[in-house]
Design a protein around this ligand. Structure first.
Ligand SMILES: Cc1cc2nc3c(=O)[nH]c(=O)nc-3n(C[C@H](O)[C@H](O)[C@H](O)COP(=O)(O)OP(=O)(O)OC[C@H]3O[C@@H](n4cnc5c(N)ncnc54)[C@H](O)[C@@H]3O)c2cc1C
Length: 342
């Protein structure tokens, strides 16, 4: 368990959480970001990486992945620290006015400013709907994410699902695993064209088996040994050391709801002059907020991040003289560049 003291902790590394790093960074605040996903970008990276977005001001069109990559580049000068595959679980007020945030890894963050940019909630994998599934998690053969690809070396791997994650990992683990079988209820898959082409060539080379079917049951005493499938040709058993199930994600607001914040229509109520919640020093921005006229748009979240940062910095650095500066000036100072004269 690690204890980290920092200026601001941001829950959620979606577009609004990432832009909050920029706005706070311009005001000289160091940020740690926590996200349950294995990559930054929130909905843009997880739900629509290849779809074009047309309403980011002054950028006629860019995909969800390009927006995420651009935000990461824009925030890089401020050295944000990412804690991925990590859920923000509990928030506790400390006697000195700071907050203690505890995560699913048992780590603690002590901070003056917490920014909740949790979108629709923490993304969790949809579980395999079988009574026995729970027996095989935690290192006994069933996983819903890849934490360490090496754990699949030399194993007979079955991957269930038809989307990007299933196809990406089927391709990535081929060669490392002893054998890979991709199981999906249809023969069509939804993934990036280049990955689909790779899957096709691995299938033709006999390096990946694709099986149309659904999982009926899991078998094995202490560890998973085989997966029973319902296929168009009837029930079959696949020998299996590791099953990876990628059935999509469901969003949960359980953790944020437990923080003791005033909620409005199931979302976090905020003061729209500074995006502070009902708890002093706890802010909320992006899709997680609700206020009169709220639009769930990325550009709204960017505006909210700017107002949040200018209020939060007064708590983070109360002694500092916080004068408003445009990025044209502030970034030159931060990056150590010479001021341009006109
Ligand atoms: C298909 C689709 C198309 C869209 N197109 C557009 C568009 O064209 N223009 C537009 O403006 N908007 C669009 N949107 C909406 C836009 O994506 C959202 O408004 C935006 O992603 C909200 O950003 P956010 O940072 O508030 O939240 P999110 O992007 O949802 O990110 C929140 C992050 O917080 C994490 N999180 C939540 N709770 C926890 C916790 N307790 N611990 C750890 N991590 C947590 C989640 O895992 C997630 O990664 C679209 C949405 C979809 C689904």
């Amino acid at each position: 368990m690690a204890i980290t003291e920092t200026d601001a902790v941001i829950i959620g590394a979606g577009p609004c959480g990432l832009f909050a790093v920029f706005e706070l960074g311009m005001l000289n605040a160091q940020c740690h970001l926590i996200d349950i996903l294995d990559k930054p970008g929130g909905q843009c990276a997880e739900l629509y990486p290849d779809k074009p977005i047309y309403d980011i001001p002054a950028i006629p069109s860019l995909t969800g992945k390009e927006l995420t990559d651009n935000l990461l580049e824009q925030t890089a000068p401020f050295n944000p620290v990412f804690h991925l595959n990590t859920r923000a679980d509990a928030l506790e007020a400390m006697d000195d006015g700071r907050w203690k945030l505890t995560t699913s890894t048992g780590d603690e963050f002590i901070t003056r400013a917490v920014v909740i940019a949790a979108g629709g909630g923490s993304f969790n994998p949809r579980k395999l709907p079988l009574a026995e599934a729970g027996r095989y998690v935690d290192g006994k053969g069933l996983s819903y994410a890849v934490r360490d690809a090496q754990a699949f070396s030399g194993k007979r791997v079955v991957i269930a699902g038809g989307g990007d994650s299933a196809v990406d990992w089927a391709v990535a683990l081929t060669g490392r695993a002893a054998h890979v079988t991709l199981v999906h209820r249809r023969s069509e898959f939804r993934a990036a064209p280049a990955t689909l082409a790779k899957l096709q060539s691995l299938m033709e080379a006999g390096q990946i088996d694709v099986q149309v079917g659904t999982i009926l049951a899991l078998h094995g005493e202490d560890h998973l040994q085989s997966v029973e499938l319902n296929t168009p040709a009837g029930a079959i058993q696949l020998p299996c050391d590791e099953l990876l199930a990628f059935y999509g994600l469901v969003a949960s607001l359980e953790e944020v709801s437990s923080f003791g914040l005033t909620m409005r229509n199931g979302r976090v109520a905020v003061d729209t002059s500074n995006f502070e919640t009902s708890l002093p020093g706890v802010y909320a921005i992006g899709d997680i907020t609700d206020y009169p006229g709220k639009l769930k748009l990325i550009l709204s979240g960017f505006h909210e991040a700017a107002l949040m940062a200018h209020h939060a910095i007064q708590r983070i650095h109360p002694q500092a003289r916080n004068t408003f500066q445009h990025s044209t000036t502030a970034m030159q100072l931060r990056l150590g560049k010479e001021k341009t004269t006109c």
